[in-house]
Each structure stands twice: as C-alpha cells, then as structure tokens.
Design a protein around this ligand. Structure first.
Ligand code: ADP
Ligand code: ASP
Ligand code: MG
Length: 402
C-alpha cells in the first residue's frame, strides 16, 4: 500500500510530538507500506512568522511573505527526517522546489497545478520514508508560493491523488470531524463518515479541520480520505462520496471569524453599478461573499457585502478610489463580525429549518445582520462576540450533540 500521512502543527509542536509522529510512520513502513509524510510548521510557527513580518513592515510584499512562511515547513520536515534517522529508518525530506510542486503565480493563496512524482517515486523505491513540506509551492517565476492558511491538507491530498495512494490520512489534534468545533461546543458529536460535499461546505464555512481545497481535490480524484487524531488510535472520520447513514436534515454547525462587512451607500440606482463594484474587487483577487442590496429609493440604493477580514483594508482602498464613478455617497465597514452556518444535505426545500435556526439565535438574544442560503446551508452574519453562544444554541436546537 502507498499511504500519505499528513500531520498538522500541533502534532509536531516539539521533540516528543515529532518522535511520536516518527514512530507512527515507521509502524506503517515496517508493515511494508510506502509512506509519504506531509508536515505543517511546528506549533504556532506560521503565526509567529507573520507577526515578525508585520513588526518589520505593516504591508509586507506578498512575495517576501511567502519566502518567509515556507521556512516553517522546512524546519519540521528536516527535523522529522533526523528523528527517523535516529530511530534507524532511512528517510528523506523534500521541499516544493525539489519535487516541482507547481502553483499559480499569485502569492499567499496559490493553487496547485502540477506535481512531479519522479523524485518521490525514486526515493520510495529506495525504501525511504519521504517527508514533504506542506503548504508551499513554486510558481512560473521559480518563486516560493503558499497555498493559504491550512494549506498543508491540500498538499497531502494532491500528493495522494498524483501518486494514486491507497489512503490519505490527515492527523490532527481532534479525533475527527465533529458536528461543530468541539472546542466551542463541548457536546459536539464525532461523525464516522461525512460526504465530500458536506465536508466541502464545513471547510468553506470555517471548520478549519480540513482546508477547503483539499476536500475539493479529494472529491475530484476520489481520494480515500480520513481525518483522525495523532494522539490516539481511534477510528477518525472517513470523507467519501456516499455515506451509509440516512441523510440528516442538518449535519453540523460551522463558524468563520475571518470575515468583515462593507456597506457602500447611496450608489446610483441604475444598471451596471453592482457589476462595476464587484469587478474592481475581482481584479484584485478579492472574493466577495454574502451580498445584500436594498430596494432602490429616490434614485439610489445601498449594497452591503462581506469579504475576508484579511482583505478588508485592501477592499476599502479600492472602493474609495471609485466612489465617484459608482456615484456612491458613503462607505462603511464593520470588522468584528462572524459567519455562522448550518450545513446539511437533507435541508433542501425544508422550510422549517431556517425558522428553527433563527429561533435558536433569538432565544439567546443574538441579532442577525445578514442572511444567505443555498440548497445545503444557511449562513447568518452576526457579531463576533456572539459566535460561541450562538453556535451552542443552534447546535442544541437541532439536537446534534451526544
Ligand atoms: P492542524 O494543525 O492539525 O492542521 P487545525 O487547527 O488546522 O489543525 O484544525 C483542527 C482544529 O479544527 C481543531 O482543533 C478544532 O478546534 C477545529 N475545528 C473546527 N471545526 C471543527 C469540526 N467540525 N470538527 C473538528 N474540528 C473542528
Ligand atoms: N503552517 C501553515 C498554516 O499554519 C499551513 C498548515 O498548517 O496547514 O497555515
Ligand atoms: Mg490545519
């Protein structure tokens, strides 16, 4: 068997954890399997590097930021190879340049395009454990890029796909995928199985247990994906196309704090205004999420929408430059907001679900600022300070807990 095993930052946070991971990998290797290991940076290294960068320059170049961030993963893979060496097993660490993990050119949020498998194959054939840096890539200028926060999951799934691995295991600091973040909702229930589609919603709506692109890729290439704990041997959660269980009306709750609201008020009430506004943002790669437009009155209307909080400053600058051509009167923004979502393949055309969610929010005095729905989710924008309370109340209302 060929197994890709990915370990997140907390799983390689210090010497003890590194040796724990090394031993788990060696166990599979000793059974005769080919083992590819993907690692994140140790503990909170990436946060630390980001803070250092901003101390030096509040608006660092995205290229230089990636150059800095990729160092974190390089530390963990080399130390892991040394740990395995100390345990008497041949291992080799490789970074994104060494295996030509090619990405799109945008820094900070690149997408993987192509991976060369030759080097990895050769090392596996030489009976080595191959340890690859997560999160990083190289672009057409031969510069280092990163895949966005949490991107090591995507590195692992991509490697599993191109190597036709039998299994891709994502090891983390919880036992699997839960009905809500178990750190916020103590009675959240671990799911034995979840579909790619539901997992994609969970991941995209803030459940950071898997990077959303990793789920997209796993679905596309049919990767056999499991999320499990690096600290125990419990079964974990299988992510797959179809699950055996009956479809739940609502399968879980997710929250995302990386969001901010922008309101552009008093824009001209005529065709093409929304197009112009969002085109300016799209040109700068700024993704817009929930959009709300008021009914036009006295020739003007208001447009409110959310962007990632990390994009807020740039988005505001862009809009400020175009206020006149949009005929906009005022620009406002709010940073301390969060998205709260319920997800469930079974909620399609079930009218009671939204009402029940809103009732659960009202019962704990949480005000809804914006609402957005799709066939398998309902998302509300609320004050960030309300998130944890809201999550627990909604989770209870749908009886999702143990
Ligand atoms: P890693 O460093 O291993 O990549 P992450 O911090 O990225 O770990 O992801 C794991 C964390 O995701 C957990 O510690 C948990 O707090 C959080 N999380 C959020 N939503 C969920 C969920 N639905 N199920 C499990 N974990 C979740
Ligand atoms: N080290 C990176 C981060 O903290 C990538 C990852 O952990 O997946 O975002
Ligand atoms: Mg992660």
């Amino acid at each position: 068997m060929l197994i890709v095993k990915k370990f997140g930052g907390s799983s390689v946070a210090d010497k003890e954890h590194i040796f724990n991971v090394a031993r788990r990998c060696i166990e599979d290797y000793n059974k005769g399997h080919d083992v590819v290991v993907v690692l994140s940076a140790m503990g909170k290294t990436t946060d630390g590097l980001l803070a250092k960068a901003h101390e030096i320059n509040p608006h660092p170049s995205k290229r230089e930021l990636d150059m800095l961030l990729v160092t974190g993963e390089q530390v963990s893979v080399s130390l892991m190879a040394m740990a395995m060496g100390a345990l008497g097993v041949q291992a080799i660490s490789l970074n994104a340049a060494q295996i030509q993990m090619q990405t799109t050119s945008a820094y900070g949020n690149s997408r993987l395009k192509r991976i060369d498998t030759e080097r990895v194959r050769n090392e596996l054939d030489a009976r080595k454990i191959v340890i690859v840096t997560g999160f990083q890539g190289i672009n057409k200028y031969d510069d280092m890029t990163t895949l966005g926060r949490g991107g090591s999951d995507t590195t692992a799934v991509a490697l599993a796909a191109v190597l036709h691995a039998d299994l891709c295991e994502i090891y983390t600091d919880v036992d699997g995928v839960y009905t809500a973040d178990p750190r916020i909702v103590p009675n959240a229930r671990k799911m034995d199985e979840v579909t790619y589609d539901e997992m994609l919603e969970f991941a995209s709506l803030g459940a950071k247990v898997l990077h959303n692109r990793s789920v997209e890729m796993a679905k596309k290439y049919g990767v056999h994906l499991i999320v499990r704990s690096s600290l125990n041997t419990s079964e974990g959660t299988i992510v797959k196309e179809e699950v055996k269980m009956e479809k739940m009306l609502v399968s879980g709750v997710a929250a995302d704090r990386n969001t901010a609201r922008i309101s552009v008020m008093g824009v001209k009430n005529e065709p093409g205004i929304a197009f112009k506004l969002f085109q300016h943002l799209a040109r700068h790669n700024i993704n817009v999420d929930i959009i709300l437009q008021s009914v036009g009155r006295h020739g003007t209307k208001d447009i409110a929408f959310t962007v990632a909080r990390t994009d807020l400053e740039e988005a505001l600058e862009i809009i400020k430059r175009h206020m006149d051509s949009l005929g906009a009167q005022t620009l406002e923004s709010e940073e301390k907001v969060a998205k709260l979502s319920i997800i469930g393949a079974g909620m399609t055309s079930n009218p009671g679900v939204a009402a029940k969610m809103f009732e659960a929010l009202a019962s704990v005095g949480v005000n809804i600022k914006m609402i957005s729905t799709s066939e398998i989710r309902i998302t509300v924008l609320i004050d960030e300070a309300d998130v944890e309370r809201a999550m627990r109340s909604v989770h209870d209302a749908f009886s999702l807990g143990d």
